[in-house]
Design a protein around this ligand. Structure first.
Ligand SMILES: Nc1ncnc2c1ncn2[C@@H]1O[C@H](COP(=O)(O)OP(=O)(O)OP(=O)(O)O)[C@@H](O)[C@H]1O
Length: 259
């Protein structure tokens, strides 16, 4: 992928107390590219995202963000008070108030216009994910960060959501960083997969990773064309395109927000 990165994690290490959550992680996301982070439970995916979102400070290493970068974020969990009904229309103006026509347009873009006057609590899993997506794109982001965007959605719905995410990216031209810990996940719309388990185990294009002997030996294969199914069978995967060094040569120091 060419062009200036939107965001980079450079040799990022994060410890909680004495415990290392992630170590020496390097990651880059460019405009118009979808990068998917996979890894087992507790691998550090959310921790890495939180560091990129500046919600936590790295113990060492750094995060480079393009100057003025706007991030649209879809969190893994959102606690909505079940007692206080809130319409989708209102939800889309939290935390930032947006004109109604923009909110309607965002909902139409994610195929959820019909939910406008519904209460958020009444939405199905798939509808809720679409509304979360609509709220994130309302910010007109340069980068969309999605922490498990297919949670609570059935297999067919997952495929549709991935296609939708890819279409939104093509329309708006933002970059996407997605997280999943699922072992069976549809990767058809992903440009690059980064597998972490405390550190970057392997990375590359889905087919590149899944075709490599190292991958086949350690992860298993594909089910059908276009659908890459990942099995995380091993703690440490090496020599399948490590992300080190050059990724972290800062592209343009004068155009950065370094944290
Ligand atoms: N605020 C915190 N304080 C202490 N430990 C934490 C904190 N946040 C995360 N951890 C620990 O860091 C490790 C990585 O957690 P993280 O939530 O990033 O993993 P994950 O890959 O997102 O997992 P999952 O797939 O289950 O969501 C875990 O061992 C977790 O217990």
């Amino acid at each position: 992928m060419s062009g200036e990165p939107l965001i980079q994690a450079c040799d990022l290490t994060i410890k909680f107390g004495g415990r290392t959550a992630i170590r020496d992680v390097n990651l880059t996301v460019h405009k118009k590219e979808i990068v998917t982070l996979i890894g087992p439970n507790g691998a550090g995916k959310s921790t890495l995202l939180r560091a990129l979102l500046q919600a936590i400070k790295p113990t060492s290493g750094e995060v480079w963000r393009r100057h003025g970068l706007i991030i649209g974020y879809v969190p893994q969990k959102l606690n909505i008070d079940p007692i206080m009904p809130m319409t989708v229309e209102r939800f889309l103006s939290i935390p930032e108030r947006r004109p109604l026509d923009e909110r309607k347009e965002a909902l139409a873009n994610v195929g959820a216009s019909h939910t406008l006057n519904q209460s958020v609590q009444s939405l199905s899993g798939g509808e809720f994910q679409r509304v979360l997506l609509a709220r994130a794109i309302l910010r007109k982001p340069d980068l969309l960060v999605l922490d498990e965007p297919v949670q609570g959605v059935d297999f067919q719905g997952q495929t549709e959501l991935y296609k939708l995410i890819s279409r939104l990216k093509d329309q708006a031209g933002f970059g996407i960083l997605m997280v999943s810990h699922d072992l069976h996940i549809v990767m058809a719309e992903t440009d690059r997969v980064v597998c972490i388990n405390g550190h970057v185990c392997c990375s590359g294009a889905p087919t590149q990773v899944s075709d490599s002997p190292e991958y086949l030996a350690l992860f298993g294969g594909q089910t059908k064309p276009g659908l890459a199914v990942y099995h995380h069978l091993h703690d440490h995967i090496h020599d399948i395109g490590h992300q080190h060094g050059p990724d972290c040569a800062h592209p343009n120091p004068s155009n950065s927000d370094q944290v």
